[in-house]
Structures are given as C-alpha cells and as structure tokens.
Design a protein around this ligand. Structure first.
Ligand code: ADP
Length: 471
C-alpha cells in the first residue's frame, strides 16, 4: 500500500509533543513491513531544515480567498529518516520558527492543507490512503471528497488519527471564503455548534477514525470537548491503536544523548551511572529516590497540581526524595514551579524549557516518572520511562491505563485513580517506600526493559485498518 501521512509535526523536523514522535516513527515501521509511506508537513524554519539537504519536487499555487498563494514542495534528499519527508513552503505563512501559537494559525494550516491537496492532485498516480493527523489536517477528507476541483481524488481512502481531541481548530464561517468551491449540500459536514470544526469534519468524513489508545476512545464518548455525541454517533468506524516506541531513537543501548548506555544485562549499573550524573548536575543526593516529570505544563497533564503535591510530599516524607521537573507551557504554572525552588533547595529543581537531550537523560537517570494527567490520549513518556528502567507513577486514564500495570497486580508501575493532590502525594509516598527494597526495584527494572512496546505490532494494526476500508 502507499500511504501519505499529513501532519503539522514530525520528528526530527519539528516537535511539540507526541504527535511528532508518532509521525516520525510510524512510516518507518510501515516501510519495514513492505509498504510505501511518506510524510508531508509544513516547512517551518527549524534547525533540521537548515542542517539537511533538500530538493524542490513541485511548485504550484492555490487560490486563497482573493489571493493566489504560491507554494513549493521540497523533499529531504538523504535517506537517513528511512522515509520520504516532504515539506510545503508558503511564503509569509509557513516560513516561521514555531509550529503553533500565531494569531493566524487557522489561515496557516488551511493554506497548508489546500497546498497538500493541490500537490497530490498533480501526482501521476494516487496513494491508497491519505492518513491525516489531528485537526491541522482535518479538512482534507472533506476537500478531497466534495470539492469540484478535486473530484478525481474522491476515491482515495482517508484515515484520521486523533492524537488529542481537545484541540479542534474551530473557525467562524468567514473562513469559508478560503475554501475551494464545494458541494453546498454537504456544508453540514463542516459544522459543529455553528462553527466550522475541522476535527469534527474529519470524524464525519474520514473512512476510518482512530485514537492512540483504546481507553481514550472510550473516554471520548463521555468527555470530548463538545464532540461526545459525535463520537457516539460515529463509533462504528472508530477504534483505538496504541502508539509504539521508535527503537532507533529511544533505546538505552544505543542512545547517544545519555551518559552511560545500557541494556537488560547491565541495567543496574547503567541506571546508577546515569542517575549519578543527573544528581551531580542538579545538586541532589543520589541515595534518595529521584522522581521526575517531563511534559507540557498544562491542565491536561495536571501540571497545575504539581507545586502543591510536591511540597506536601516533601513535608509528609520529611524530604525523602528528589524531584526534577522539565517542561514549559502555561506561565502561571511555570512561575509556581519556580517559586518553590528556595523552599526545597537541594531536593527540587524545575527546568522550564523544552530540552530533548535532558529529557533522554532524565528517562535514563530517574527512578520514577510521574504522570498525573487528567487527559492522556496515549502518553509516550511512560513507554520511554519503562524502556529506560524508570518506574512510571501514573493516573489510570487513556493510554496510561492501557500500558501501565500496578506493582500490586504483579505489574511494574504505581497507578492511582484521581488527578488530585491527595492521590499524587499518596503515590509518591508509595514510591518512596517501594524504593527501600532495592532488589524489588532492580527486578522491576529488568522486567520493564524487556517489554516490547515497539511500533512493529501497531504499524501492522494500522495496515489492517487501511485494509478494512477496502473490504
Ligand atoms: P503530548 O503529545 O500530549 O505532549 P506525549 O506523552 O504523547 O504527550 O508526548 C510527549 C513527548 O514530548 C515525549 O517525547 C516527551 O519526552 C516530549 N516532551 C514534552 N515536553 C518536553 C520538554 N519540555 N522537553 C523535552 N521533551 C519534552
């Protein structure tokens, strides 16, 4: 099969979170099992763009309201990614450093999607599947099916993967002026709650819809930022496929970013050495358990609860652990996390930034990784943690529920039910107690590193999903 993935993010070109990791890995694994998989994304001005060689493969133009926008499609020239990466450049809209966060994001992603379709419409052949990721690519199934200019694309099958249903790309109806002429009888497919809703539109129009874990799919029927009834209505074509790990990037045996590489044979020494370096860097006593948090500092991740929960846990345990936070996001949370530095000096540090290298060193050097998420579509952090012998402390939600089994149930994690300060503190205290039994900790580490969470199985699940459309 030939699959074209359309996404706003792809590692290593541009990453804000798990979406990039998935789109940077899944195509590789689809190719490994005999398919053709390609990725197209916007050409942001990231260091990856400047550090690699590209060739121009197409030049075209789209009508965008009153204006004609010219676009260029470039392709990464070497084969080191193991899949073809195409980037679309539109002067004035996509040629920026950041992925998101501009006032005209709606215009940017709309122009991107129109350029993708215009480009695909010029291909000499057609892909078997156009696989769109999240709302940034959510209008593509509609445009391919109902725009008169793209009628010849309407037999191509489309799949939507929802990495996060909180963000839906809402637009008011004035944006209609940018759309190519479409069958006006179908306008209702664009709409949800009197607005154009690209995510809702994709759920209605794609041949198949999946989320990145089965539990998250079930949760969306009850909590989906307004789309609950739509998920209920469309559930016949919806499913959940858990994400995997890209073993070529997340592997403690080969990871060039960590201090001491290790595998299941030398995991105990490997973890100790990585922890030593990390503790040295942040002035921690390495004999205490090290609990870390890595992620976006937003309500979805329950990061707002961290300052109080961490302070309470320090008080309750009499400072029997160290805590290192890496993340950025909402300014109020960032400030609160920095404000407690002085109080817990020597035991706590929050590193407010995005830092890929430090994240690898934290997965490798920490004893526990805390994820109290309110919403977690799949969660990759816990999978990386387990792969690096770090015990996950997670709230039972979404993909966390599907991938982490509590130590009390013969598993390898610490699980709790509620995103509350009390549950987090209780779980930290449980972790501290568990850490006292070094043999048990080592055994759990050896058990976790052996779990196969690679993309192999899920890549095949996606192929099966595509085939199910053709049946
Ligand atoms: P989400 O996509 O909701 O942010 P995921 O768990 O699916 O959450 O993926 C998060 C990815 O982003 C992981 O690769 C994680 O290591 C990375 N990440 C998040 N925040 C940071 C940060 N501040 N520095 C480095 N990596 C980060």
């Amino acid at each position: 099969m030939e699959i074209l993935h359309v996404s706003a993010e792809c590692f290593p070109m541009a990453k804000a979170g798990g979406l990039a990791d998935v789109v940077g890995a899944l195509p590789k694994y689809q190719i490994a099992i005999g398919h053709i998989a390609k990725v197209v994304m916007p050409m942001y001005r990231t260091s990856f763009l400047y550090n690699n060689e590209w060739e121009v493969v197409h030049k075209g133009a789209i009508q965008f309201g009153e204006s004609q926008l010219e676009f260029t499609v470039i392709k990464e020239k070497s084969d080191f990614l193991k899949f073809n990466l195409f980037c679309i450049d539109i002067h004035g809209l996509l040629d920026r450093q950041k992925i998101y966060g501009y006032d005209d994001d709606n215009e940017r992603f709309l122009a991107f999607q129109l350029s993708v379709i215009e480009w695909v419409s010029k291909w000499k052949h057609q892909p078997d599947v156009v696989h769109v990721h999240d709302y940034h690519a959510g209008l593509i199934p509609f445009f391919m099916r109902y725009c008169y200019d793209y009628r010849h694309l309407n037999t191509i099958k489309t799949v939507l993967t929802i990495h996060n249903a909180q963000y839906q790309g809402w637009m008011n109806w004035s944006f209609k002026k940018y759309f190519p002429v479409y069958d006006s009888w179908k306008a209702g497919l664009l709409e949800w709650n009197n607005q154009i809703n690209p995510l809702a539109c994709a759920i209605k129009c794609a041949d198949k819809v999946n989320t990145v874990s089965p539990t998250y799919m079930k949760e969306l029927m009850n909590t989906a930022n307004g789309l609950e009834s739509l998920f209920e209505f469309e559930k016949g074509k919806c499913s959940g496929i858990i994400n995997g790990i890209d073993n070529s990037v997340w592997n403690p045996k080969t990871d060039p970013l960590i201090h001491k590489q290790f595998d299941q044979k030398n995991i105990v020494v490997g973890k100790r050495k990585n922890k030593q370096k990390l503790c040295e860097a942040f002035g921690f006593d390495e004999s205490l358990p090290l609990i870390v948090f890595i992620g976006r500092l937003v309500g979805e991740k329950a990061a707002d609860l961290l300052p109080e929960a961490i302070s309470n846990a320090f008080e309750k345990s009499n400072k029997k652990f160290n805590c290192l936070i890496l993340g950025n996001g909402e300014k109020t949370i960032e400030k609160k996390l920095s404000a407690i530095h002085q109080q817990w000096f020597g035991y706590y540090h929050s590193q407010i930034e995005y830092n890929e290298k430090l994240s690898h060193q934290m997965y490798a050097g920490a004893d526990f990784l805390l994820m109290p998420s309110r919403v977690e579509p799949c969660g990759l952090n816990q999978l990386y943690a387990m792969k690096y012998g770090t015990i996950p402390i997670v709230r039972r939600t979404g993909g966390l529920n599907d991938t982490v089994v509590d130590i009390g149930d013969n598993g390898y994690g610490i699980c709790f039910n509620n995103a509350t300060v009390e549950d987090i503190v209780f779980s930290i205290i449980r972790a501290i107690k568990f850490y006292e039994n070094a043999d048990m900790v080592d055994n759990i580490r050896k058990k976790m590193i052996k779990i196969n969470t690679s993309w192999e199985k899920s890549a095949q699940d996606y192929i099966d999903l595509y085939h199910s459309i053709y049946r």
